[in-house]
Design a binder for this molecule. Sequence first.
Ligand code: TRP
Length: 446
Amino acid sequence: MEETLERWQSRRAFILAVTGAAVGLGNIWRFPYMTGENGGSVFLLLYIVFVLLLGLPMMMAEILIGRAGRRSPMQALAYLAEEAGRSPHWRWLGLFGAVTVFFILSFYSVVSGWSIEYLVDSINGGFVARSPQEIGASFETFLADPLRMTFNHTLFMLITMSVVAGGIANGIEKLNNIMMPLLYVILIVLGGYATTTSGFGEAMAWLFTPDLSAISWQVVLNAMGHAFFTLAVGACALMAYGAYMPEEQSLLRAVFSVALLDIGVALLSGIAIFSVVFSHGLDPGEGPGLMFVTLPIAFSELPGGQIWLGAFFLLLLVATWTSSINLAEPMVAMLVGAGWRRGRASLLIGALVWGVGLLSVLSFSTLAEVHWIGEMNFFTLVTTVPTDLFLPIGGLLIAIFAAWRMSPEAASAALGASGRGFGLWRALVRYVSIPLTLIVLLSGLL
Ligand code: TRP
């Protein structure tokens, strides 16, 4: 298989694509409810530590493999392994990544469908003058309606796969360029509004006063999984994007700004959501519905709230759209690498993911009581295991490959750093990121 000649059209396009992959439901939907379920401040603190010590260096590892290999993840790994005289079995890591993103995308699309529902509802004035109780109840009603949910899930898969079918660098980055700053503006407005609510002080204390009594290996493992998820690391998805990275660009700087933005978005959305939670005496551990219940309440109290709410869900949809495109890319790239046409590959992958997504849809009605492992229904299973287990395992193997197995010359050229910079990165990955991930994984499992 030959090198790919496709490239992002500019340096900025690559940064935007990676930002688009990183910022999404992970920051705005998953981060707050995971924080709520895992004891607040401890989870937040661990998440930030893991982003900096594991996420950042491993993100560089993952992108540099793609950039050095210039092929789809499986082929890039096979090629680089051969070049360095290592086992050809490293290629299976690419397949493992594809399996991981397969399951993640299947629920990601369903939850993005909830945003479509809320976008339409807010345009129709569905949240005007509603009490918090009514807003909560309407979410429950929606969850119990598999047909409406399937419709939105289908729509979301269609808009995702139609972009992926067209190939990269076709304008999606430009859309991002406009929409992401707007999303940030809305979040800042929300954060500003949050400071005026009665629950603001309590929310801040709960988020930022470390309470070590809440800590357990389970919490540490969840925080680590979330750090991988929110940075889109560990499933070879950024590796697929790295293959299209322009020749002369510093990876270090690109990755650093993405991580800071990612943390910023999560913090703002956490502050807004928990202010509402504490102002209205809601339960921080409410679970995956947290954002969908709290934000309509927050916006309904803001002047012109209806418009803000509609705009928020529109921008959130763009953010999840660019993330889901990234989730689909490694699977499609794998088939394209095996000689498939892009359109066909997208159709097949889209159909399969859509089908498995239906199990998540039905987890709120027909299949609610069907338990797969322990107490978990399908939705709970698919929102936890691939993220908290598969991503760290994938990230670990990616890091081992980049820092121990690949040829150092190829790695440092692809990182765009030589001498001290490269040495520092490699030491961090070898002696901090890899052992830390191993310890947390093993302790969390036992
Ligand atoms: N990071 C995205 C979010 O926070 C989700 C995502 C996009 C992702 N691409 C990924 C997660 C690849 C794991 C692997 O919403």
